[in-house]
Design a protein. Structure first.
Length: 63
């Protein structure tokens, strides 16, 4: 059992959560014009989702 430290730190204490206290996050994505949870994908579509590459555009390059 590992302890995970959150990014929320105050002057007096740090919030620490055990693995058992954490709640899983549901991930949604847009596929074919619809927003769907990734957990409802079939095996092939989950594989495609994991292979996606993400990029960010530099605002200076857009001018």
């Amino acid at each position: 059992m590992s302890l995970l430290h959150t990014a929320q730190t105050t002057e007096k204490h740090t919030v620490v959560l055990n693995d058992e206290e954490r709640q899983p996050c549901e991930i949604w994505t847009r596929v074919m014009g619809y927003h769907r949870p990734v957990s409802s994908f079939n095996t092939g579509k989950k594989g495609e989702f994991c292979e996606r590459t993400y990029f960010t555009e530099n605002a200076a390059q857009l001018r």
